[in-house]
Design a protein around this ligand. Sequence first.
Ligand code: NAD
Length: 247
Amino acid sequence: MAEQGSGRLKGRRIVVTGAARGMGLATAEIFAAEGAKLALCDRDEQAVRANADRLGQFGAGCDVADEADVARFCEQAEQAMGGVDGLINAAGILIMKPMLETSLAEWQRVLDVNLTGTMLMCKTLAPAMQRAGGGTMVNIASIGGLRPGPGSGAYSVSKAGVIMLSNSLASELGPEIRVNTVCPGTIPTDMVTDLLASSRERLTETPALKRLGRAEDVVKAMLFLTSDDSSYVTGDTLTVDGGWAYR
Ligand SMILES: NC(=O)c1ccc[n+]([C@@H]2O[C@H](COP(=O)([O-])OP(=O)(O)OC[C@H]3O[C@@H](n4cnc5c(N)ncnc54)[C@H](O)[C@@H]3O)[C@@H](O)[C@H]2O)c1
């Protein structure tokens, strides 16, 4: 793909999870336009490979909750790009259920994908970034990880865990590796189709900015946290929610 951005990621080699669609795909498109070399993964292998081919990047199937799968993909990614110095963890799942109706299997799957999957990617790629002389990790949590809302307990717990995971890693991996978190508000992707069908008006009216977010709003925050523009920022949580979380 021809470069259309300002080249803020020129020479950077970045892994993006959850890149079959939604914010992971938007990240791949914008980061490629900013000059990055990318390795994309998703559990939807067909879609992520098609996106990678279209963008002229490496792509492969991977379940981020599966340790062996993560190890295999990360090795391929390092080889394909000649090193790794960036990571965006966008893979995630949402189960909207009150806590008392959430089965143990549902609870475990949400924590496995959202929290353990993020941890596995960070843990597996940190040595590659150390070999490369440093890097950046950005993990997508959610405003659900900052304050509770009815009907998404397991998801909120997993995202609160992502925030503390990121901060713990930031304290351990500096000065070579910076680790930050973004907390999006409601972004109309496939993940929230059902939620928007029932609550679009409330979700649009609650933020101070009186609109839903766009995937691009979140990607631009992650571009800042991945680029040298944020070279003194680590262990931070950036909310991209139109002013929802603290109202
Ligand atoms: N959309 C929102 O309103 C919103 C708000 C806050 C946070 N988030 C978070 O943003 C991230 C991206 O979400 P989105 O809105 O783009 O959702 P999405 O459903 O459009 O995309 C998520 C992607 O993750 C992939 N994925 C799911 N489980 C996986 C696994 N085990 N291994 C590999 N890939 C897997 C899916 O196949 C999909 O391509 C998620 O972590 C989500 O929790 C979303």
